[in-house]
Design a protein around this ligand. Structure first.
Ligand code: CDP
Length: 249
């Protein structure tokens, strides 16, 4: 996420700023890839999932029923996080680690089906579109939030490899987890994200579809940068990775 508070701002000025949208299912590596692409280009980075996780944390702590859409929007629709030095502060507390817990991610996916919550968080996301450019990752960056993005990428990987990657990530962060539990959870989350009516997870039209099951992070980052270089500002082209790992939506 770029180093700034999240006050919504006028979208007109931001219109000219380039955007690379990277969407995909849980644990597909899109966060790491998006961050590395942003660093390579010197662009800002938006982890849109962190906003849904912050909303989930707020919901959890407030004790409201997550099935009560109005109550969730009332407590979580007006969050005003601050992003600084890679840390996320909400109401004076550094919650960067707390929002990474699997329970928070699962609740984020549950409340993300609420259209009014999505609408409430849209302004925070669009406000991150600042010069010299933005790399944004999530589920609906290319389809809903930045439909005019210069490059749209749909990053996926097999469920097994995603569960193993998420397991490694959680263990490194000191959380306990097992691969079979994570596999079950991520299948549930994929299904919910893809089936919901509001901004379902799907490749945007014209998106570069990248299957990273057999790609390293470096290869995946290189594929996105190559697509950007080939046609900066005018949409995606096939990236030069192994045959069968890329395609157009
Ligand atoms: O890390 P992981 O990919 O599992 O999740 P995340 O990107 O941190 O997002 C957490 C949850 O928020 C996802 O499971 C989605 O349901 C939701 N989300 C969304 O609906 N739209 C986005 N643009 C980003 C996240």
């Amino acid at each position: 996420m770029s180093e700034a508070g999240c006050a919504p701002e006028d979208g007109a000025r931001a219109g000219a700023v380039g955007v690379i949208a990277i969407d995909g299912p849980t644990a597909s590596g899109k966060g790491t890839v998006a961050e590395r692409v942003a660093a390579a280009l010197g662009w800002n980075y938006l982890d849109s999932g962190s906003l849904y996780r912050l909303a989930a944390l707020r919901t959890l702590r407030s004790g409201v029923d997550p099935h009560d859409a109005d109550a969730v929007v009332a407590v979580a629709g007006s969050i005003a996080p601050t992003f600084s030095g890679g840390r996320i502060v909400l109401e004076g507390e550094d919650v960067s680690d707390a929002i990474r817990a699997e329970g928070v991610g699962a609740l984020a996916s549950q409340i993300a089906v609420i259209p009014a919550l999505r609408a409430a968080l849209a302004g925070l996301q669009r406000a991150q579109r600042r010069a010299p450019g933005l790399v944004a990752d999530g589920r609906d960056m290319g389809t809903v939030i930045f439909p005019d993005a210069d490059l749209k990428v749909f990053l996926t990987a097999s469920a097994d490899s995603r569960a193993r990657r998420r397991h490694k990530q959680l263990i490194e962060k000191g959380f306990s987890a097992t691969v079979p539990d994570l596999l079950r959870d991520l299948r549930e989350r994929d299904a919910r994200d893809m089936r919901r009516e509001s901004a379902p997870l799907r490749p945007a039209e014209g998106a570069l579809v990248l299957d990273s099951t057999y790609l390293t992070i470096d290869q995946t980052v290189a594929a996105v940068l190559e697509a950007h270089r080939r046609n900066p500002g005018a949409g995606a082209r096939r990236a030069g990775t192994k045959p069968g790992t890329t395609g157009r939506a």
